[in-house]
Design a protein around this ligand. Structure first.
Ligand code: GLC
Length: 567
């Protein structure tokens, strides 16, 4: 960097530090004032700006050094020069001068969705849709749905609601949990809860759902993982370690960990699950070892590792976690990874191989490769497949699992880049007119009948069956920033901005390219609103990604003996 540039950078840094002391000050419409850098940013080139952004300490985050990784190491931007159009994506001003009008509307809608318990905000309801005839359970606070709301509040310097939520759900975890005559594990976290206000007695009570009321009686395996991940995000964002260190939080974490680290009949380090146990909470053929759960499991383990106290019991858990992470990263990076080379290997697999020398370890029958995949797989790019178990590879692409794999560094740096390459190469299919497909492709006809049990809500290209979910925008944005490819996020945000507000923040869109508001989609779906806000705030201040992202651990670096898209 030449001297002139250095001076400019210095000015920017100074301006940032004065800015960061005002972190608590909220600008108009509840947004932080972050605009003072606009004029400076235009004087710098992309690489200067990136270096600056990544070096920039935020006041609140500086205190987190005792954790396993430093906040800013979390933001690893691999190759900022890499992009479709040859531009880094940071050329457009990083700090937007005038917030998009949608941002104001989104904050208002998000605030309307807040739920109070005895006067304290404890979460946000799933959807604030008065027009909808059936409320079902959309008036409840869902654990997974609250995550983007929580991140939005944290990024906006409002941690209180997040702390209340974490403590409230922890309290709920301690309840006696039964389905009919069967008692659930102590660590199980609820899928959702509802606050009942009694205006006469002036009392508030909470009823929780662990799956005993949910449609299909599905257990939310993801809830406990999201809870741990959110506790880390809260700690990273506020620098307040005291919450995670509380005995009840330590206990809650250990109860969740006990559920998934217990020994059993497993031959794989991945977690065996029933269908409908996560965001896709209906029968969709994701039973077994779904990528969404494996990626969240991995991220939760790494989060817990950074927060567990090093007492005798804590150390035992940490020991188990390290072993599991090690085994999982090898398993996932080797067997769930699919790229052109790997697909070609499977295409030529021999079957019925016995003993440890087998190449086709899971006895995948080449004929089970679906036709769509042969055209879909680009020469450059790759992804973690949906599921791997004996003689079964679910070749579908799932958004959440792949983005979380990037953020948690379950994917190697090269694999992360390949995941983003694939999204760019298959933009029409995966993003189309509304980010982002929950999975690709949809199941139709006979397959749909068999796999979903003829579910009318999950017809082809709708809802969980290839529908497009605006909430996934925040995950795509975070992964894009982490991999140094913000232009991907920018393109996706532009698409969302063209429609989301006008359409009333739908829960999901239907159709091959996500053109239609979903058949039974709620309007004013809170996580569509919060997901948009989080995406915007991360683009404005990429250091926010550190709350939800993790650097690769050196000891987890794999010795890959299989194909990879980067060779
Ligand atoms: C749907 C989604 C689920 C979400 C819930 C509330 O059931 O599949 O992931 O948590 O709605 O929004």
């Amino acid at each position: 960097m030449d001297r002139q540039k250095k001076r400019v950078v210095l000015r920017a840094v100074n301006s940032m530090s004065s800015l960061s002391t005002n972190v608590e000050q909220k600008g108009v419409q509840g947004m932080r004032a972050v605009n003072s850098l606009c004029s400076i940013s235009s004087e710098l080139d992309d690489s200067d700006l990136l270096a600056l952004l990544l070096d920039r300490p935020r006041v609140k985050l500086e205190r987190n050094n005792s954790y396993d990784e430093k906040s800013f190491n979390d933001l690893s931007l691999y190759d900022s020069a890499h992009s479709l159009d040859g531009r880094s994506g940071w050329e457009t001003p990083v700090f937007s001068m005038n917030p998009h009008p949608m941002v104001t509307e989104a904050w208002e809608a998000l605030r309307r969705s807040q739920v109070y318990f005895r006067g304290q905000p404890v979460g946000t309801i799933a959807a604030y849709d008065h027009a909808s005839e059936e409320v079902l359970n959309y008036d409840q606070v869902f654990v997974r749905d609250f995550v983007p709301s929580a991140l939005a509040f944290l990024m906006n310097g409002e941690p209180e609601i997040v702390k209340n939520f974490l403590l409230k759900t922890l309290h709920i975890q301690g309840q006696d949990k039964r389905i009919d005559r069967f008692k659930l594990g102590d660590g199980a976290m609820p899928a959702s809860f509802k606050v009942l206000h009694n205006p006469i007695k002036k009392t508030d009570t909470i009823i929780a759902d662990f799956g005993e009321s949910a449609i299909g009686r599905v257990a939310p395996v993801d809830s406990g993982f999201w809870w741990i991940i959110l506790l880390r995000a809260y700690t990273k964002s506020t620098g307040d370690h005291s919450l995670a260190e509380r005995p009840e939080c330590q206990k809650g974490m250990k109860l969740i960990l006990s559920l998934c680290l217990s020994e059993g009949f497993d031959t794989f380090p991945t977690l065996l699950c029933a269908d409908g146990c996560s965001m896709i909470d209906r029968r969709m053929g994701v039973y077994g070892y779904p990528i969404e759960i494996q990626a969240l499991f991995f991220m939760a383990l790494r989060s817990a590792l950074s927060m567990l106290k090093q007492d005798t019991e804590g150390k035992e858990f940490m020991d188990k976690i390290v072993k599991r992470l090690h085994a999982m990263s090898f398993h996932m990076r080797s067997y769930f990874w699919l790229d052109f080379q790997q697909l070609n290997d499977i295409y030529r697999y021999k079957t019925e191989e016995y003993s440890h020398t087998a190449v086709n370890k899971f006895n995948v029958i080449p004929d089970s490769i679906p036709d769509w995949l042969l055209d879909f797989m680009p020469l450059r790019g790759g992804y973690f497949v949906g599921n791997v178990s004996p003689a079964h590879m679910d070749f579908r692409w799932f958004a959440l699992g792949n983005c979380i794999a990037v953020l948690a560094s379950l994917a190697t740096q090269e694999q992360s880049m390949a995941i983003m390459d694939l999204i760019e190469a298959r933009w029409e299919e995966l993003v189309g007119e509304m980010p982002l497909k929950i999975c690709y492709p949809a199941m139709e006809s006979h397959e749909w009948r068999i796999v979903t049990g003829s579910d009318p809500k999950n017809i082809r290209w709708s809802y969980h069956n290839g529908g497009s979910w605006p909430v996934l925008l925040w995950l795509l944005t975070a992964a894009s920033i982490k991999t140094g490819r913000p232009q991907i996020a920018r393109r996706a945000i532009d698409l969302a901005e063209a429609r989301l507000l006008k359409d009333g923040w739908p829960e999901y869109y239907d159709g091959k390219s996500g053109r239609f508001i979903g058949k039974q989609a709620r309007k004013f779906q809170t996580w569509s609103i919060a997901g948009y806000l989080v995406a915007k705030m991360m683009m404005d201040d990429p250091t926010h990604v550190g709350m939800i992202s993790m650097e690769e651990e050196k000891h987890m670096k794999p010795v890959l003996n299989r194909s990879s898209s980067w060779t």
